[in-house]
Design a protein around this ligand. Structure first.
Ligand code: TXA
Ligand code: MG
Length: 332
């Protein structure tokens, strides 16, 4: 279904305005520390349907619900494992999403029919204030058209969704810049990371006291969170790896380079970006989506991207770069 309704999309910092739209069953873009979300009342199926329509997102891809505290989460979920409680104490509010057994009041539309719902407490003052005013949780995927790079500023949201939503709550640039890490427990009670994100594997393992596996293959199985192949992709074909080698592979193409920390010698500087001038993984994470968007706007023939060091949040950065790769996009 295509959107028939057209809105004037306002950008502002008024939490009351945002709350009013949400109580009226509208969608509103909200800032979080990871990326901006496209929010609606998670208990109102018509409002949730609007999220899928606005994003053009397939309904088999479930949504995360956002709440203001663990106490609020307990209104919507049951059977919280002990390890989940430990993670909550350490990381909420924060970039950690937990897959927990849902209560019946959470519509199947939110979870795509799964018995578990994804839930997190975002760490952003405006959005926490907003959530405190509401007596319902907010379902919110990233506020980008399905398949495109996630937004980390209100302006990014505006470019992708203008005319389709009434309000963007502007909370500045997202501090982390990558989506949350998703953790769930299998039937045997074993913790599994389903999507790498803002909180790294090592930090999770420190809290629960043992190693955690990462759900491995990139599949199109919708029960595997965060794993649709064409996620996060630029329109310009993107290739990833060692930049010097890639340049040799594409000698005649107009390339835009996204380097990790250092410019390539012998290549025009105006065609290059650096993810982290300070050689810092967190800075690279914060800049990745913004720079992917800027590189895309240059309308080059291809974008060549260097991977981050394989440690800490670098694994999540590399996961997003891999998902943006052209070879995967064209298989769809
Ligand atoms: O940081 C974030 O997580 C951001 C901000 C807005 O909170 N949200 C976000 O949402 O990244 P989204 O929809 O772009 O990604 C959520 C991922 C999807 O890949 C989805 O498949 C998975 O979470 N997911 C959500 N609910 C699930 C469920 N009940 N079972 C399995 N996977 C689920
Ligand atoms: Mg997304």
């Amino acid at each position: 279904m295509h959107n028939k309704i057209k809105y004037t999309t306002n950008i502002g910092t008024d939490v009351n305005d945002a709350a009013t739209h949400l109580r009226n069953g509208e969608t509103v873009a909200i800032p979080t520390e990871t990326v901006y979300g496209l929010a609606a009342n998670a208990l109102n199926e018509e409002a949730v349907l609007k999220i899928y329509e606005v994003k053009q997102r397939p309904q088999f891809n479930p949504l995360i619900i956002h709440v203001d505290s663990f106490e609020s989460a307990l209104k919507w979920v049951v059977n919280v494992p002990t390890e989940a409680r430990l993670l909550v104490q350490k990381f909420w509010p924060g970039a950690l999403t937990l897959l927990l057994d849902k209560k019946d009041i959470i519509p199947d539309l939110v979870t795509a029919g799964h018995s578990k719902v994804a839930v997190r407490v975002p760490d952003h003052p405006l959005t926490l204030e907003l959530l405190k005013q509401l007596d319902f949780p907010l379902a919110a995927p990233s506020a980008n058209p399905s398949g495109y790079v996630s937004p980390t500023t209100a302006a990014h949201v505006y470019v992708g969704l203008k005319g389709k939503i009434p309000y963007i709550l502007d909370g500045g640039e997202s501090a982390i810049g990558l989506e949350s890490t998703i953790v769930g427990w299998d039937k045997e009670g074993k913790a599994i990371i389903y999507r790498l994100g803002g909180i790294c594997k090592e930090d999770i393992e420190k809290v629960i006291g043992h190693e955690v596996s990462i759900a491995t293959s990139i599949t199109e199985d919708p029960s595997t969170p965060g794993m649709l192949k064409s996620h996060y992709a630029t329109v310009t074909p993107l290739h990833a790896g060692g930049i010097a080698d890639l340049l040799k592979k594409f000698p005649d193409k107009k390339c835009i380079l996204i380097n990790y920390h250092q410019y390539q010698p012998n290549y025009p500087k105006e065609l290059q970006y650096i993810l982290t001038p300070q050689n810092d993984l967190h800075e690279a994470a914060k800049n990745l989506f913004k720079i992917m968007r800027e590189a895309d706007a240059k309308h080059a023939e291809i974008i060549l991207t260097e991977y981050a060091p394989k440690e800490g949040i670098g694994l999540a950065i590399n996961d997003r770069i891999k998902r943006a790769k052209w070879e995967w996009k064209k298989e769809i």
